[in-house]
Design a protein around this ligand. Sequence first.
Ligand code: NAP
Length: 259
Amino acid sequence: MNKIVNSADSSTLKGGLHIVVVGASGGIGRALIDQLLQNKIVAKIYGLSRAEYKPECINATTATSPIYQHLVIDYEDEHTIKCAVEQITQKVDQVIVATGFLHNKHIRPEKTFKQVTSDNLLQNMLVNVIGPSLIAKHFLPMLRTDRKTVFAALSARVGSISDNQLGGWYSYRSSKAALNMMIKTFSVELKRVQPQTVIIGLHPGTVDTGLSKPFQRNVAPNKLFAREYSAQCLLNVIDDVTVEDSGYCFAWDGKRIAE
Ligand SMILES: NC(=O)c1ccc[n+]([C@@H]2O[C@H](COP(=O)([O-])OP(=O)(O)OC[C@H]3O[C@@H](n4cnc5c(N)ncnc54)[C@H](OP(=O)(O)O)[C@@H]3O)[C@@H](O)[C@H]2O)c1
């Protein structure tokens, strides 16, 4: 498994960053927050999720931290997203959406079209498209407009239509393709009204989290990334992208993924 290779302290995004991470309870979401907490140019992190995540480095006996604040949201209730926004008093520099759904106790990715069900499609659409889109609806106006800002949503390479050689995973693939279209469409509108905002999708690689657990057997050990490594790579991509990159999806190594 790959290991973390560098530090996040050298950023082209200038100091005092306020950052929102949605999916604070997830494998990659937690790793993103842990890395950001070590970055001296980060002034405030808001972690949003259904279940609370408290970073280990924050004293367990301290109820609140000046740098980290958890806010509860649930994609099944848009009002929770609106309430979270209302608790954030200043404009932010980055919104990173690290939520996602692939399987649960009852739903598995389809191997054949014969397994396509409305339950599977609906759950994938809810978590992978509707949720991130509602986050964009409420949080894009929260991004500051006087310097580069980034809205990044975790997508997946399998959302690429031209790259689909293997087939299967109908609901997940389609939901990520739809998310990529939302990202592109947000970027077209934002170019006119918030030209310094970069909107991107991100593919984190195959990462050792609960989401990938049942599908890791055939992944070569050097292709299964540690969460910390993937998170560091994704933060580097967010750091490097420019307004010309807005609307596209990028892999963990900074390479653009074909639509
Ligand atoms: N891991 C990989 O190999 C891999 C590969 C390609 C792409 N990705 C993408 O990377 C992203 C993060 O994946 P991960 O591996 O970190 O997954 P994970 O560990 O399973 O985390 C998923 C996150 O999504 C949240 N979520 C699920 N349903 C939700 C809902 N109804 N409302 C609000 N939040 C909800 C979870 O919150 P709860 O804790 O409240 O359930 C959790 O924070 C996903 O978009 C995934 O598709 C991952």
